[in-house]
Design a binder for this molecule. Structure first.
Ligand SMILES: N[C@@H](CCC(=O)N[C@@H](CS)C(=O)NCC(=O)O)C(=O)O
Length: 207
């Protein structure tokens, strides 16, 4: 059994999508970050930098109970439990997946969160911040679109790399934000992933 510490954010949905793809038994433990529950002392032992998502696997390596935070590490860990399905064991394929998995968690989502801050959550209107992150997001959408013009998925097959990117493409691909008009290949990729039953379950109600 795996406990998933979750809230309804891009990173939360990434981890929940991963759990749904894995078929592993898991239970959602909501951590309401609006109510600052991520600062509870028990939770900080699992996620020292007060972030969701995190997991506790009661049957981790060597049967030991482990905890893990950072969405990229969680995707890789759960993918590795799935016997080659979403995180390849072959070293060359692994490199391709790692490149885009790290891009997804270290670059894409981190900057998408800044876009979200300036466009949606900032209490003040800050036009230079909006302009900067709008350019950054369009640059990243363009890079993904170009890659997907000649690749069905981020690596050779559907993998944790795609899961890592999907949540923010899904949120900011909405026409209210960046939209897909200039990114037809990214739209094709997004729409094919959106149809996966695991996505439907992961983005549905959690209680
Ligand atoms: N690099 C981390 C980022 C996680 C993150 O930014 N989590 C946000 C929600 S999406 C959070 O928990 N924020 C609460 C806080 O910063 O206190 C990951 O990929 O898991």
């Amino acid at each position: 059994m795996i406990d998933l510490y979750f809230w309804i954010t891009d990173n939360g949905y990434k981890a929940r999508h991963m759990m749904e793809e894995s078929g592993l038994e898991y239970a959602i433990k909501p951590v309401n970050i609006v109510k600052k529950e991520q600062f509870n002392s028990e939770y900080l032992k699992i996620s020292p930098h007060h972030k969701i998502p995190a997991i506790v696997d009661h049957n981790g390596p060597e049967g030991k109970k482990i905890s893990l935070c950072e969405s990229g590490a969680i995707l890789k860990y759960i993918g590795s439990k799935m016997l080659d399905k979403l995180y390849p064991t072959d070293p060359l394929n692994q490199l391709k997946v790692d490149q885009w998995l790290f891009f997804g968690s270290a670059q894409f989502t981190t900057l998408a969160q800044q876009y979200g801050f300036f466009m949606i959550r900032s209490p003040e209107d800050i036009p230079p911040g909006k302009k900067h992150y709008d350019n950054v997001m369009r640059d990243m959408f363009g890079c993904l679109d170009e890659h997907l013009a000649s690749n069905e998925y981020m690596a050779d097959h559907f993998s944790v790399a795609d899961i890592s990117m999907f949540a923010d493409v899904h949120i900011y691909g909405d026409k209210k934000w960046i939209g897909f008009n200039d990114y037809p290949h990214l739209k094709r990729w997004h729409d094919s992933i959106e149809k996966r039953p695991a996505v439907d379950r992961a983005w549905g109600p959690y209680e």
